[in-house]
Design a protein around this ligand. Structure first.
Ligand SMILES: O=C(O)c1ccc(O)c(O)c1
Ligand SMILES: [Mg+2]
Length: 600
């Protein structure tokens, strides 16, 4: 279906908004009245600008407080309406949105509302324009879509229809029965469909709508079911996003517009309107790549963690370090001085790398130029919203190009063979997201990679609050954690990234790391007293954890999580984790203690 976006969704001037919408690939826009009033361009110039960019203007909005009012008020409203219809015509649009009256002057009288909306539609017809009537969830007397439809039906005017807005409908209830009334509306009387999601929150619906709307798939409303109902009713107009959101108002319009369009592409797929290449869910982490401009500290840390340099890239200054199934690429060619060392790429172990790349491309993931130098095996790669490069890999799998074959073996005689190490693989990678990319990043990884997002959790830091959300495949073989740091954003810690290494024996791993000369994060005694109060440990067990800085968590099923942390080099630190039973979390309960310790 055609895809549109309301200018209120995007940051900037009207021209910037139009440009961002067009660049992302939208077909049309809704012009929000404030954007027009604040623009130095005339309606004709706006129309021309949109046309030059290949955008249609699908709606002008809103007109407020029109219907169900005393006659003398309505006469003034008609005069107001004539001016708006003129603007709509000059914009080259054909529909004006009228939202249900919120004024204390409004009367609870459907016949009056229908009569006046009919007269409004008579006037609209003279301008060659239609009126789409929308029930605001906080409308004074009309606050539901079925009530708005009853009034429109009663008016029986060809130039009057309804505008359905997923937020207003679903914020009032999204039980299947709440959506049944949509089928009663003839498709051609649904003049417009506005789409927004929102996180589930118990708050005043007006504030919720004005500040917390988000793109479909980023919140907790069942926008997919709503779209299915509306399309089944015969609606064939555009799918148009209308999102009032405090973050998007400040964020870069270009990236917001791409995020927005991706949400609609994914929504069409989930509603069964279109098909995309099926998701190819990663089955593990093939490698994590660190770019470094300061190789000494990170090289030393890798060695102390028990990694061995096993290969050198044939064409680039990249080293392969291995231990068990954990592989780290150390790139000496791309680091920045200011960051020292940063995690810049992740290799995703993928059953079908080519198909995974197709899926990513269909969801607007920027495809990266294939790495070609030396004997490079071409790898499909895309960029995540935070710029992290995601490589689709088939490691040591017959019939697939193997990225490891680009590395010539090196033997480093002074280091122990990797099979003696206590690390078995990479458990997860955690990336701290720029503040305005968090919801976008969750949507990206969920839709592009077919991962399941877990609950969002808040983690108390001494100087703010981190938000954290994990995504994984169903089996837990692939895990990714996205964090949102508190400001000030300039602080290195708020951009921290980490690689969690898996072990079957964390005590052995921690002792080896310490014996090799690496420090582990020191955890206060108070933490262990509290652990002792919560759980029963074997004699001496807690003393060992206290000595080594090992943190502990247990879930309802008895699954256990033990973890400890290295110091940070550049932006990066390592976590060592041991999972037992079905523990599927990340030790969130311990995060405040860990964050405070890192702060010290
Ligand atoms: O918040 C509002 O006032 C408002 C205005 C127009 C809309 O289409 C809407 O959904 C909300
Ligand atoms: Mg709306």
């Amino acid at each position: 279906m055609r895809k549109s976006i309301a200018t209120v969704c995007l940051s900037g001037s009207l021209t910037e908004k139009l440009t961002a919408a067009a660049r992302a690939g939208f077909d049309g826009v809704e012009i929000f009245e404030n954007d027009l009033l604040a623009s130095p361009l005339s309606p004709e110039e706006i129309r021309a600008r949109a046309a030059d960019l290949g955008l249609t203007i699908d709606l002008y909005q809103p007109m407020r407080d029109v219907e169900a009012v005393p006659e003398e008020v309505f006469v003034r409203n008609l005069r107001r309406a004539a001016r708006k219809f003129d603007v709509v015509r000059r914009l080259g649009a054909d529909t004006l949105l009228v939202c249900s009256n919120v004024s204390p002057q409004a009367v609870d009288d459907d016949a009056l509302a229908a009569g006046q909306l009919g007269r409004l539609a008579d006037l609209a017809e003279e301008f060659g324009i239609r009126v789409a009537y929308e029930a605001l969830a906080w409308g004074r007397h009309v606050s539901t879509y079925d009530h708005a439809w009853r009034i429109v039906e009663q008016a029986g005017h060809p130039a009057l229809g309804v505008c359905l807005d997923s937020f207003h409908i679903l914020s009032r209830g999204s039980e299947p029965k709440d959506l049944e009334g949509i089928a009663a509306i003839p498709g051609e009387k649904i003049f417009f469909l506005q789409l927004a999601d929102a996180p589930l929150m118990a708050m005043d619906v007006f504030q919720w709508s004005r500040h917390y709307r988000c793109f479909p798939g980023q919140g907790g409303l069942d926008v997919t079911s709503l779209v299915r109902h509306v399309v089944n009713a015969g609606y064939r107009g555009p799918l148009s996003l209308e999102v009032f959101n405090d973050v998007f108002r400040q964020a870069d319009a270009g990236s917001t517009a791409v995020d927005a369009l991706r949400s609609l592409i994914a929504l069409e797929e989930s509603a069964g309107i279109s098909t995309l290449p099926a998701p190819v869910v990663p089955s593990g982490i093939a490698f994590a790549e660190l770019a470094t401009a300061d190789p000494q500290p990170v090289t030393e840390l890798l060695a102390r963690l028990g990694f061995r340099r096993t290969g050198r890239h044939t064409g680039k200054p990249v080293e392969l370090w291995e231990q068990g199934e954990a592989r780290i690429l150390l790139n000496h060619g791309t680091g920045t001085r200011s960051e020292g060392t940063a995690l810049t790429a992740i290799g995703l172990e993928t059953p079908d790398p080519g198909a995974a790349a197709h899926r990513a491309e269909s969801l607007l993931a920027p495809v990266l130029p294939r790495r070609h130098s030396g004997h490079d095996v071409p790898l499909d790669a895309v960029a995540a919203p935070d710029g992290t490069e995601l490589f689709f890999c088939a490691t040591r799998r017959p019939g697939h190009a193997d990225w490891i074959s680009d590395f010539t073996a090196t033997v480093h005689p002074r280091q122990p063979p990797s099979r003696d190490g206590a690390i078995t693989g990479i458990d997860h990678v955690a990336l701290t997201q720029p503040w305005h990319h968090f919801d976008e990043a969750v949507l990206f990884h969920r839709t592009v990679l077919g991962l399941r997002p877990h609950e969002s959790v808040d983690l108390a830091d001494p100087y703010g609050l981190f938000r954290s959300r994990a995504l994984s495949d169903d089996s837990g073989a692939f895990r990714l954690v996205l964090n949102l740091a508190p400001s000030p954003a300039a602080e290195v810690r708020t951009r921290a990234q980490h690689i969690a290494l898996a072990t079957d024996d964390i005590v052995k791993a921690a002792r080896r790391i310490r014996a090799a000369g690496a420090e582990l994060l020191k955890i206060p005694a108070n933490y262990y007293e509290d652990l002792d109060a919560k759980y029963a440990f074997a004699p001496g067990e807690l003393d060992t954890y206290r000595e080594l800085g090992i943190l502990y968590d247990r879930d309802e099923s008895g699954g256990e999580f033990r973890h400890c942390y290295t110091a940070t080099v550049g932006r990066v630190f390592f976590e060592i984790v041991q999972r037992t039973g079905d523990y599927g979390g990340y030790g969130a309960a311990n995060a405040p203690v860990r964050l405070a310790a890192q702060r010290r």
